[in-house]
Design a protein around this ligand. Structure first.
Ligand SMILES: Nc1ncnc2c1ncn2[C@@H]1O[C@H](COP(=O)(O)OP(=O)(O)OP(=O)(O)O)[C@@H](O)[C@H]1O
Ligand SMILES: [Mg+2]
Length: 359
């Protein structure tokens, strides 16, 4: 096992604007994008098709010219550099696209050596490094194969090894797993996690698959019409999406929906009088810490509020466990106190309505 230095890396994007000439006018593809990526984190960029995600990654990688703004890599502004200084700074950025960009006439090893070959004659040390990386991604026995002889997942592994060969501070991945089956996707995500942990490399990935976000991301940025409309930890964005677009994107990804037959029995338009005598339906949201506490028992003993469980699910986002529990309870004077108690113990409580079995 090779020991890599943890990277002191920083990536900051400030007020990035990018437009293209379009139909006799100007079309803004990115509109004042500001994002700060934490070193050694894994961040996901999500958004609807055409939102500008790939354009953003291409700007960060220097593949697209921008109108204005800053791309600060370790404090140096990529947009203000040219020539050799720019080339050197760009080595901090490794990129993997969805379409496998391997050279079909080169072997796996030659593909991984390509970034070195482009700089000049490949040294023994560089060759050794490429071999070590290929071993890390599980392709030691395929080094002399050609891309056509590999599966989709194996090709992505080659692309990952190649992206790492120049020791980048950040890996940008665009829909890395979208062409892969669920099992291979999971294996590639596990590999990325391992690389993130062992190499300390920061990862910024574009995905439309919320399971990828759940599995791997610490932070999420939501792009809509060239703007970041929402960002936060993946737990926050998946569990409490603020923007309607985000809600649509994450809908039904995070477990814990109420069965339809129960949904049909929940009434929201009751009079205050009716509410006082009806069973209230609530959704309890447990996050990492609160999911380990005996909250329901505490509420029963301290407030005599007995919660009946209607439905629920336990799930995870990255390494955080969380759960949704749909409960109902009989009218009780102590209910508000019980809700306050749950809130103060890290359990989110949302009132969904009131049970009306006779509807
Ligand atoms: N050179 C260009 N000229 C005109 N429009 C462009 C150009 N490049 C991109 N666009 C448009 O910009 C928008 C953003 O494109 P982009 O590829 O970044 O979207 P995306 O978020 O990656 O979408 P997807 O999820 O489908 O990959 C799209 O509407 C696209 O048609
Ligand atoms: Mg795209």
């Amino acid at each position: 096992m090779i020991e890599y230095d943890k990277k002191a890396f920083s990536l900051r994007v400030n007020h990035l604007i990018k437009s293209v000439p379009y139909d006799g006018g100007i079309l803004r593809l990115l509109n004042d994008v500001t994002m700060h990526i934490n070193a050694s984190s894994i961040s996901a960029i999500i958004g609807r098709s055409g939102a500008g995600k790939s354009t953003l990654l291409r700007c960060l990688n220097g593949l697209e010219a921008i109108d204005s703004g800053q791309i600060l890599i370790n404090g140096q502004d990529l947009t203000s550099l040219s020539g050799q200084a720019r080339t050197v700074l760009l080595r901090q950025i490794g990129m993997i696209f969805q379409a496998y960009t391997l050279l079909s006439r080169k072997t796996v090893l030659e593909n991984v050596l390509l970034p070195f070959a482009l700089q000049g004659k490949v040294t023994t040390v560089q060759r050794q490094k490429a071999l070590q990386l290929l071993e890390e991604v599980g392709l030691k026995d395929k080094i002399n194969h050609y891309p056509a002889e590999l599966s989709g997942g194996q090709r992505q592994r080659v692309a990952i090894a190649r992206a790492l060969v120049l020791d980048p501070g950040v890996l940008l991945c665009d829909e890395l797993t979208s062409a892969l089956d669920p099992k291979t996707t999971f294996e590639i995500l596990a590999l990325l996690k391992r690389i993130n942990r062992d190499h300390g490399v920061t990862i910024l990935l574009v995905t439309h698959d919320m399971n990828v976000v759940k599995e791997i991301a610490d932070a999420v940025f939501v792009v809509e019409q060239g703007k970041i409309i929402e960002h936060g930890t993946s737990v926050d964005v998946l569990m409490k999406p603020q923007h309607a677009v985000t809600q649509q994107l994450v809908e039904s990804t995070v477990g814990g929906d109420l069965p339809v037959f129960l949904l049909d029995c929940i009434k929201t338009d009751m009079s205050a009088d009716e509410k006082r005598s009806a069973q209230r339906v609530m959704r309890l949201i447990f996050t990492n810490e609160s999911s380990k506490q005996p909250i329901i028992a505490a509420v029963a003993t301290q407030f005599s509020v007995n919660l009946s469980i209607l439905a629920g699910a336990l799930d995870h986002v990255a390494d955080h466990m969380f759960g949704h529990l749909w409960v109902s309870c009989e009218p009780s004077e102590k209910l508000e106190d019980a809700i306050q108690y749950m809130n103060s113990h890290g359990v989110g409580v949302e009132t969904m309505g009131y049970l009306s079995w006779n509807m």
